[in-house]
Design a protein around this ligand. Sequence first.
Ligand code: ZN
Ligand code: ZN
Ligand code: ZN
Length: 391
Amino acid sequence: MARWFGSGNLSVMTVLPNTPRAVAPDVLRARLDRASTEASSRGVDALLITPSPDFAYLLGYRPPELERLTCLVVPAGGVPRLVAPRLEAPLARHQLGELAGDVEVIAWDETDDPYALVHGLLASDARRVGVQDQMWARFVLRLRAVLDPVELVVASPAMAALRRTKDADEVDRLRAAGAAADRAMAAITGERLSGRSEAEVSRRIKELLLEAGHQTADFAIVGSGPNSASPHHDPGERVIGEDDAIVLDIGGMLDGYASDTTRTAFVGDPPADFRALHEVLHEAQLAACAAVRPGVPAEEIDRAARAVITEAGYGEQFIHRTGHGIGMETHEEPYIVSGNADPLQVGEAFSVEPGIYVEGRWGARIEDIVVVTAEGGERLNRTDRRLYIVE
Ligand code: ZN
Ligand code: ZN
Ligand code: ZN
């Protein structure tokens, strides 16, 4: 059975190196139960989930995102149902597999009003429903009109509560994604980079990510020379040359889970001030990773990295938060940022990625994905965190 978490373009599947591993039906049943419980504990009478990472998390597949409404309805304390256009009902039942016995597919015909159908699935006394955060406006506005006076709120508090702590199978997938990104990183830092454009190196990295087992290679930031000071630089035609710092930030999706890792390289012999900058960054990243353990407020991880960088005089050049949660999306809860006092929990996965950026000159970043374990933090990226000297 094909389980596809990517863009929803089924024709892409035929050229992919491999197919994402399916999620066990029991796991999905448990997730649906918990979604229902999370909704009711938040005073939300139902969750309305259109095709998205949340949908894939609950049902194990991701249907194409099209103009016809497909919507999973998870009532608080009730039975989940899937509203789908008639022509996609066979696909839905096929993808649900064993789960089709638990989630009834309610097919609508071209002349039906699918919004009224969703309305009919809600309890008559429903007052508030949670809509998936990335639901298209065309669906949200129609739902709001049909459901009036039911209040619409975002589904994310309930869904993030489910998704932010990963179970053992999810951690395995993140581990595999991390290891694959590491193979790509090890390969690219062993290649000659000078004389090639950023765009060319970026394309090469995407090839390496796919060869290493990712189903999709989603990003490969290559920021060289002054561009290394721009954290989200879009790789362009600049040709890499002698004395360039190069920030390489790469990742993709493997079995439904994201990878994301950054290393910094330098072409030729780095001057003392860049070596010093990278050394401070390295120390900050180590300190932040070492601070990870259950119960510690998320912002403490940010503080641990920032303290080292500020102490060394680069505080103003560390211009972004220390990290973001990662899972079925590259950026999700929990955010590792000042002001987030949420205590870390076992199973949470996030990036630890301090950076130092000297505008117009150079920059550096080191990024690993870390999972919170009972003992502390497990790094899912294992390539050396040193400054890579390349040709
Ligand atoms: Zn970023
Ligand atoms: Zn990154
Ligand atoms: Zn990141």
